[in-house]
Design a protein. Structure first.
Lengths: 187, 222
């Protein structure tokens, strides 16, 4: 049966005050991919497809709540760590360890940008907080990118989090739809 | 709102519960007692789950709320890891279904309500070697008189209650749920659930709890 493999994980902190953030936030970037889809590397070696994405995002409590939800997939092995079986409890402990030692260069590796269907309630809410909407069509489905407002000092992540917080709380927008991960080495 | 879990246990279901269960691949019913709410099963509909699915359900529906203290256990905050470990301990020593009344003074009752029709009555089992080839035969075995409703102006709502601890009770509940859970019948099925009720005294026949709803009762339920 197919399963998802997580290869690497990095935690970044967004300290209070950085780009308008009112309180400390965390971003867990994960490198992962399916077990049954492969690609050829430049050297011709076949390996499983993998990519970096935002696995969890929010305050410490929000991230831990997301980790417990994801950890459930470890039971029954539809989620494995580097191909190995892990218990949900071990997965949660791993996220705790990451949260305890976060990296600080978040602006180098993370871009915040929500991607939701065009009629999602976040779209109208985001406008109240000054987020810019960019409409596009993806595989025939109308979607919107929602970019945080920008000025000379960079994107206003405080406004972004104020807009998306209710949707993080109720899990109606998954973390990997809230931003992108850049410049992290592939495993 | 904080939910205080004051009791929790796992009930192990019989090996002949359904076509997927065997002596070493059993299913469980997880039960919690929440202060001010009472005993309730973990999960939706008839949550008869293998242990792996149960742990997964517990992660998503219960352990997640221990993170911020929305769910506490006997008045104390616990970590999600400790919460899950407690459930693993319960799974290692589950409560046999037949001991539920004696040890917890509880009865687990599967409750089904649906808008009856010939199509539902004639629904065939989708698994090999079913105990009842059609839903109608299961209903007859449970004391139902199938046929046209006497009050044609009211929807014919039927109610089936099965004590899981009764002979073949858990098995019949699983099959009733399977007959009623087909996607094409979604709008016809009103309720599929497990109730935890205070145990009744001995001698009450199971058939008494399997009945056609009276028209007035059916109207009230609508």
């Amino acid at each position: 049966m197919g399963h998802w493999i997580e290869y690497q994980a990095v935690c970044f902190t967004i300290p209070a005050g950085l780009r308008g953030a009112e309180r400390a936030r965390f971003v867990i970037a994960l490198e992962g991919g399916p077990n049954n889809l492969t690609e050829r590397t430049r050297s011709g070696r076949e390996r499983r497809v993998r990519d970096w994405y935002i696995g969890m995002i929010g305050t410490e409590v929000q991230v831990l709540r997301q980790s417990v939800r994801v950890a459930g997939d470890c039971e029954g092995m539809s989620l494995r760590l580097s191909g190995r079986e892990a218990a949900p409890e071990a997965y949660i402990r791993r996220i705790r360890r990451l949260l305890a030692k976060p990296e600080r260069d978040v602006t180098q590796h993370i871009t915040l940008r929500a991607t939701v269907p065009r009629h999602h309630p976040l779209v109208s809410r985001a406008k109240l907080f000054g987020l810019a909407e960019e409409q596009f069509v993806d595989y025939g489905e109308e979607q919107s990118h929602l970019h945080p407002p920008c000025d000379a000092s960079g994107a206003d992540w405080g406004a972004f989090f104020r807009a998306v917080d209710p949707f993080i709380e109720d899990s109606s927008v998954v973390p990997n739809r809230l931003g992108q991960v850049w410049h992290l080495p592939s495993s | 709102m904080v939910l205080n879990e004051i009791d929790a246990f796992c009930v192990v279901l019989p090996a002949d519960l359904c076509p997927m269960t065997r002596q070493h691949y059993l299913r469980y019913l997880a039960v919690v007692d929440v202060e001010g709410v009472g005993y309730q099963p973990v999960g939706r509909y008839l949550p008869f789950e293998p242990s792996t699915y149960l742990i997964r359900t517990l992660c998503v529906e219960r352990a997640v709320d221990t993170v911020d203290g929305t769910l506490i256990v006997r008045g104390q905050r616990v970590t999600p890891e400790a919460y899950l470990q407690a459930w693993r301990d319960r799974l290692a020593q589950p409560l046999p279904l037949q001991e539920l009344a004696a040890r917890k003074q509880l009865q687990a009752i599967a409750v089904f309500e649906w808008r009856h029709s010939v199509a539902i009555e004639n629904r065939k089992a989708t698994w090999v070697q079913p105990p009842y080839p059609t839903f109608g035969e299961l209903l007859q075995a449970r004391g139902f008189s199938c046929g046209a409703p006497s009050h044609s102006d009211l929807p014919s709502i039927r109610r089936l209650e099965i004590d899981l601890a009764a002979p073949d009770g858990a098995r019949d509940a699983w099959w009733a749920d399977d007959f009623l859970s087909a996607l094409s019948q979604d709008d016809q099925v009103i309720t599929r659930r497990v109730d935890l009720r205070p145990a009744q005294g001995p001698g009450r026949p199971d058939a008494e709890r399997s009945c056609n709803l009276r028209p007035a009762m059916a109207g009230a339920n609508l």
